[in-house]
Design a protein around this ligand. Structure first.
Ligand code: F6P
Length: 317
């Protein structure tokens, strides 16, 4: 099952789970439309050819949804009954922390083992260096910002570019470094407007230079439009534009990194279930696959790499 926001590489993970199951002489079923589909019995057996030619495709062939009903014990009981009816005795959930919170309760209440595979472009899951989809999303954002830089430079404009990241600045920070942005604003750090203006003044001159500020969607003072407006009020002489990249970052063919990660984690999820694991997320840390209890990944927050934040400023000197 795929759950929550889709991410490039989810199809590669589905393929890996199905093929590794067959390799281990197990049957595989796809649950469509996330937890809601599980409650409603939207479930189909998948053979090896059902997952042919999907590795390179964005989105998820199983579709994805957020379910209110699964948040209730009654909803989870209906979902468990659907699995039991079909003789399904273990579940792989590809998704983010909301999906794993539901999974944790499901295991406790119904004793059906669940293994989680981290799939979200936001990369905001504790216990894994990278989530499936993050690398591709950053590549998409970088490509877009490179293009924005061309037009910014042609008109000596200051651009505020908003990238995705509801609660986390991973996409923003990496994009900022990879594109040589003047500044980056992330939800994890309160935005100091005076400080930001100081950096903009240093780097941007509307007569002969351009500038890029990357803003994470979840930035606490209101996102790219709000910040741009505040700066424009103080500096009417600036030629400011805002660009919100939005859902373009969620789509597209996964990068080789996400394809390999998804293939490794999908196969490892089947191994973990064969090994009687039942309430864990798989992650990758220092290139090794790790098992992280759901409790731990839900409770803890993954921090931004502290070495990367100052780098944006150092390199834009
Ligand atoms: O969690 C991934 C994410 O893309 C966030 O970055 C973003 O805030 C959110 O999903 C958008 O969700 P939706 O597509 O439901 O609007």
């Amino acid at each position: 099952m795929t759950s929550g926001g889709d991410a490039p590489g989810m199809n590669a993970a589905i393929r890996a789970v199905v093929r590794a199951s067959l390799y281990n002489d197990c049957e595989a079923f796809g649950i469509y439309n996330g937890y809601q589909g599980m409650i409603e019995g939207d479930i189909k057996q998948l053979g090896r050819f059902d997952v042919s030619n999907i590795l390179q495709r964005g989105g998820t062939i199983l579709k994805s949804a957020r379910s209110q009903e699964f948040r209730t014990p009654e909803g989870r009981a209906k979902a468990a009954a659907q699995l039991r009816e079909r003789g399904i005795d273990a579940l792989v959930v590809i998704g983010g922390d909301g999906s794993f919170t539901g999974a944790k309760y499901f295991v406790q209440e119904h004793d059906i083992p669940v293994v989680g595979v981290p799939g979200t472009i936001d990369n905001d899951l504790y216990g894994t260096d990278s989530t499936i989809g993050y690398d591709t999303a950053v590549n998409t954002a970088v490509e877009a910002v490179d293009k924005i830089k061309d037009t910014a430079s042609a008109h000596n404009r200051l651009f505020f570019v908003e990238v995705m990241g509801r609660d986390a600045g991973f996409i923003a920070l990496r994009t900022a470094i990879a594109t040589g942005a003047e500044a980056v604003l992330v939800p994890e750090i309160e935005t100091d407007l005076t400080d930001l203006e100081h950096f903009i003044e240093r780097d941007y001159n509307p007569k002969n230079s351009s500038g890029i500020v990357i803003v994470a969607e979840g930035e606490k003072s209101g996102g790219a439009y709000s910040i741009a407006e505040k700066v424009a009020q103080k500096h009417p002489e600036y030629d400011i534009r805002v660009s919100v990249l939005g859902h373009i970052q969620r789509g597209g063919s996964p990068s080789q990194f996400d394809r390999v990660l998804a293939s490794q984690l999908g196969a490892a999820a089947v191994d973990a279930l064969m090994d009687d694991q039942k309430s864990i997320m798989l992650g990758i840390m220092n290139k090794e696959i790790v098992h992280v209890p759901f409790n731990k990944t839900i409770k803890h927050t993954k921090n931004l790499n502290p070495g990367l934040l100052p780098l944006v400023r150092i390199l834009s000197v």
